[in-house]
Design a protein around this ligand. Structure first.
Ligand code: PGA
Length: 256
C-alpha cells in the first residue's frame, strides 16, 4: 500500500496546558516555523483556548482541534461540550477516545463510538485514539485489543465519514513517560490497524487511512518513527508545548 497516497498529519495535543496568552504566544512562534510544511499541522487545545487559537491561526496552515466532544446535541450534561458547539466556533478537528479520557473519565468503546459519530455528523475530522496498556502488551493481546477498539469506534460508518477519521495508535505505557514504542513496534500495530480497516471497509479505504503514532514522540525520535511505511504522522503531547520541538517533528514528517 503506497504511503504517498496519504498526507501526513502532525497534531499537537496540548492537554490541560497553556492559558490564553501562552496559547497565542506559542502559535505565533509556531507559525513561521511550520509555514512551508508538506504535511497537515493541527493544534488540539483546551476548550478555553479555542477562540484564541482560531484567531491566531487565521490565514496560516495551522488547523485547530478540540480534545473531546459529547455525543448529544444539547441537554443536561453538565461540563460537556457538543460537536455542534465546536463546529460553530470554526474548529476542524477533535480528538476522541484519548487514553486519559478512557482511564480517568470512564470513557468506554461505546461512548467513544457515540462521540466520534456525533463529531462526524457535524462535519468535523476526528482523531480517534486507540492503544494498549502495558499489561495488555505483556499478555500478548495488543493487536486484538486495538483492533477491537477500532472496530467498535468505527462501526457503521459510511466511506465518506471514514475519510474524515484519522487513527492515532497510542500505547498507553508510552504516553508522557518518555518511553517510546520502537519504530518496529509502532509499524507493526499501525499495519495491523490498516488491515482492520481493509477488512471492515475496503482495501481502498485502508490505503487512504491516515494512521498516526503517539506516545513520547519528540524531535529526536520522530524521523525514525515517521519513516515507517504505515506510520503517517504523530499525535504529540509534551513536545507540542514547545514551538521548536513541534516544528522539528513537522519538518521530519514533511521529509518522510
Ligand atoms: P506525549 O502524549 O507525547 O506527551 O507522550 C501523547 C498523547 O497523549 O497524545
Amino acid at each position: 500500500m503506497d504511503k504517498k497516497l496519504r498526507r501526513a498529519v502532525i497534531a499537537g495535543n496540548w492537554k490541560m496546558n497553556k492559558n490564553r496568552q501562552e496559547a497565542k504566544n506559542l502559535i505565533e512562534e509556531l507559525k513561521p516555523l511550520v509555514e512551508g510544511a508538506d504535511c497537515d499541522v493541527v493544534v488540539c487545545v483546551p476548550f478555553t483556548n479555542l477562540e484564541t487559537a482560531l484567531e491566531a491561526t487565521k490565514g496560516s496552515n495551522i488547523k485547530v482541534g478540540a480534545q473531546n466532544c459529547h455525543f448529544k446535541e444539547s441537554g443536561a450534561f453538565t461540563g460537556e461540550i457538543s460537536a455542534g458547539m465546536l463546529k460553530e466556533l470554526g474548529v476542524s478537528h477533535v480528538v476522541i477516545g484519548h487514553s486519559e479520557r478512557r482511564q480517568y473519565f470512564g470513557e468506554t468503546d461505546e461512548t467513544v463510538h457515540l462521540r466520534l459519530k456525533a463529531a462526524l455528523d457535524e462535519g468535523l475530522t476526528v482523531i480517534l485514539c486507540v492503544g494498549e496498556k502495558l499489561e495488555d502488551r505483556e499478555n500478548g493481546i495488543t493487536e486484538e485489543l486495538v483492533a477491537l477498539q477500532t472496530k467498535i469506534a468505527l462501526k457503521d460508518l459510511t466511506t465518506e465519514e471514514l475519510s474524515r477519521v484519522i487513527i492515532a495508535y497510542e500505547p498507553v505505557w508510552a504516553i508522557g513517560t518518555g518511553k517510546t514504542a520502537t519504530a518496529e513496534e509502532s509499524q507493526e500495530v499501525c499495519n495491523c490497524l490498516r488491515k482492520v480497516i481493509a477488512e471492515q471497509f475496503s482495501e481502498k479505504a485502508a490505503e487512504k487511512m491516515t494512521i498516526q503514532y503517539g506516545g513520547s514522540m519528540n524531535a529526536k525520535n520522530a524521523a525514525e518513527l515517521l519513516g515507517k511505511k504505515d506510520v503517517d504522522g504523530g499525535l504529540i503531547g509534551g513536545a507540542s508545548l514547545k514551538a521548536e520541538d513541534f516544528a522539528a517533528i513537522v519538518s521530519a514528517a514533511s521529509k518522510g
